[in-house]
Design a protein around this ligand. Structure first.
Ligand code: GLP
Length: 241
């Protein structure tokens, strides 16, 4: 694991965007695994700026997002469909048919999960997977537990995640209890992984990810088994390492 500590959120975002940009320049048809949440927002802004300055071309890029809430329509501002569209896709030259998100509105979750894994495989696999991290060490929506489901699957969100994500909703009751997420195996099959974290509330999860035991109780610790992981964090998130 390569760990890069940047001064603050802005510097972390800039560094992350440069890493994504170098991947796309090296391979213009890169398959990117993308994350949501507040952490990658600065990185998306930096990438949009690079696109506007003609420094990066997304015309051949394909993307697969990590997760989506169940039963939130794509028009719902809290859905990850809405997030990706408004915070990134509509500002760059990516073809809509090259962007993929799980359908949280589906009647047949199993079929949706299988077909998503198949699409990732058919695209040649993820070249660079961007990850945020939950305060409890979750990646995507792979929550801590005795067992982890390695393939794309439906999950029941941990109470801590519902609490953490309630800041985006008017009330905690509005946070969906279920989501669909790509599994750990799909994440670990990516050729390169970029994990981002910012803020003191991520410090414990970052310490456990980088130097704790590899355990399903801290899903991000499984990244220690991957040969090409870059962790970019700010000083606050690095507080306990
Ligand atoms: C959500 C997402 C994760 C994300 C995490 C951290 O639960 N499913 O993919 O990494 O939140 O979010 P934030 O960056 O807002 O702290």
């Amino acid at each position: 694991m390569r760990v890069i500590i940047e001064k603050d959120y802005q510097a972390m975002s800039k560094k992350a965007a440069l890493l994504v940009a170098s991947q796309v320049r090296l391979k213009p048809s890169s398959v990117l695994g993308l994350a949501t949440g507040s952490t990658p927002l600065g990185m998306y802004d930096e990438l949009i700026e690079m696109y506007e300055d003609d420094e990066i071309d997304f015309s051949q890029v394909k993307t697969f997002n990590l997760d989506e809430y169940c039963n939130l329509s794509p028009e719902n501002p809290q859905s990850y469909h809405y997030y990706m569209q408004n915070n990134f896709f509509k500002h760059i030259n990516i073809s809509p048919e090259n962007t993929h998100l799980l359908n949280g509105m589906t009647d047949d979750v199993k079929k949706e999960c299988k077909s998503y894994d198949r699409k990732i495989k058919r695209s040649g696999g993820i070249d660079l997977q961007v990850l945020g991290i939950g305060p409890n060490g979750h990646i995507g929506f792979n929550e801590p537990g005795k067992k982890l489901n390695v393939r794309t699957h439906e999950v029941e969100l941990a109470e801590e995640t519902i609490e953490a994500n309630s800041r985006f909703f008017d009330t905690k009751d509005e946070v969906p209890r279920r989501a669909i997420t790509v599994g750990i195996a799909t994440i670990l099959k990516s050729r390169r992984i970029l994990l981002l974290a910012s803020g003191r509330n991520k410090a414990k999860a970052i310490r456990e990810t980088i130097s704790g035991y590899v355990s399903t109780q801290v899903p991000a610790s499984l990244l220690q088994t991957h040969p090409e992981v870059t962790v970019i964090i700010d000083e606050e998130a690095a507080d306990l390492i």
